[in-house]
Design a protein around this ligand. Structure first.
Ligand SMILES: NC(=O)c1ccc[n+]([C@@H]2O[C@H](COP(=O)([O-])OP(=O)(O)OC[C@H]3O[C@@H](n4cnc5c(N)ncnc54)[C@H](OP(=O)(O)O)[C@@H]3O)[C@@H](O)[C@H]2O)c1
Length: 316
């Protein structure tokens, strides 16, 4: 039995939770220990975490009993849902409810809920600037997370609500990287006009979350919004041009055009970018990079992130 404070990390085999697990494992004398939750304890990623010193336990967000077992004896938990696995906001909400129930029963002393804004607070369903999706959402993968925020407060769980930003890794894994147009020139395509998109390196989400656990009480009951830098599409394209040594343009399209791209979730993402574009102050304001930098002095800018990751960006 460890006398360290155990943090149960949901998503430890993925981006955000993986960033947190790595940050914790990099600091073995911190007094915290990683308990990595996964559905697949035999996966390569799970085995790698185990090798690095994490305790790996099986748990499924759809199975509240497995979460209660996984949270038992832990000090805290990092909680997230993965919309992109099932595209169901109702499922995300139900999974958040399971996590809140298990966290309550296990008397966790500090929970970080990785959430996003319920955009309907700014764009009511009656606002026709963007279509209503799935019957009752504007940005489904944001709205259900935000809708679940109150579950943690209602259950009086000591919680920090963590508002994250667009991962720059989306340029590597999520199809958001530069693509060749009919003219053979590379371009990134976002419907952001000349407005700024807050972005962050995934590992910096993990570092910020770890700092929040370390600071403990100071952050319980608070919402913390993190970003590495706010950049326009044109500024991102200029940074990519410099890093890659070949011209990358910013292809500014309308949200309508973006929604019509046809890939799964294009309508959701089109609405998301429109929300970020039209409510720039509400979205960027709380994500002042000074907040994330105070938690993590090594916070990366886009340029720093590119210096380390440019070779991983597929240019198609
Ligand atoms: N892409 C962005 O720019 C961005 C920005 C802000 C927020 N987000 C949000 O981030 C979330 C995804 O997080 P991520 O990018 O860190 O995920 P990810 O890298 O795709 O990995 C998903 C993680 O969730 C775990 N997981 C999924 N379903 C589970 C279940 N039923 N039970 C237990 N574990 C489960 C997986 O674990 P196993 O497979 O090992 O079980 C895996 O570790 C999404 O909801 C998205 O909206 C994304």
């Amino acid at each position: 039995m460890t006398d360290k404070k155990i943090i149960a990390v949901v998503g430890a085999t993925g981006a955000q939770g993986g960033g947190l697990a790595q940050a914790m494992l990099n600091e073995p004398t911190s007094g915290f220990a990683v308990r990595a939750l996964t559905r697949k304890v035999g996966s390569d990623k799970a085995k790698e975490l185990e090798k690095l010193g994490a305790e790996v336990v099986e748990a499924d967000l759809d199975d509240v009993e497995s979460l209660k077992r996984a949270f038992t004896g832990a000090y805290g938990a990092f909680l997230l849902t993965n919309f992109w696995e099932h595209f169901s906001p109702e499922k995300e909400f139900a999974q958040a409810k399971n996590m809140a129930q298990a966290a309550k029963q296990s008397h966790l002393q500090h929970v970080i809920w990785s959430t996003l804004e319920d955009t309907r607070g700014w764009v009511p369903l009656s606002d026709n600037r963007m279509p209503t999706l799935m019957g009752k959402y504007k940005v489904p993968h944001f709205d259900a997370k935000g809708e679940a925020d109150h579950l943690f407060a209602d259950a009086q769980i000591p919680t920090t609500w963590l508002l994250t930003s667009f991962y720059w890794e989306n340029l590597i894994y999520f199809g958001a990287g530069p693509k060749k147009g009919p003219d053979g020139k590379l371009a990134i395509t976002f419907p952001m006009g000349d407005k700024k998109l807050p972005g962050i390196a995934v590992e910096d989400i993990g570092k910020a979350a770890f700092a929040i656990f370390k600071k403990g009480k100071e952050f319980i009951g608070k919402t913390v919004a993190i970003a590495g830098e706010h950049l326009t599409g044109a500024q991102m394209a200029a940074a990519l041009t410099k890093a890659l040594g070949q011209e990358v343009r910013y292809n500014d399209v309308t949200p309508e055009v973006y929604r019509s791209f046809g890939f799964p979730g294009a309508d959701d993402l089109g609405n998301m970018f429109q929300f970020k574009r039209d409510f720039q102050e509400a979205f960027c304001g709380p994500r002042d990079p000074s907040v994330a930098r105070a938690l993590n002095p090594s916070l990366q800018t886009f340029e720093t992130w590119l210096a380390h990751n440019k070779s991983r960006i597929p240019l198609t």
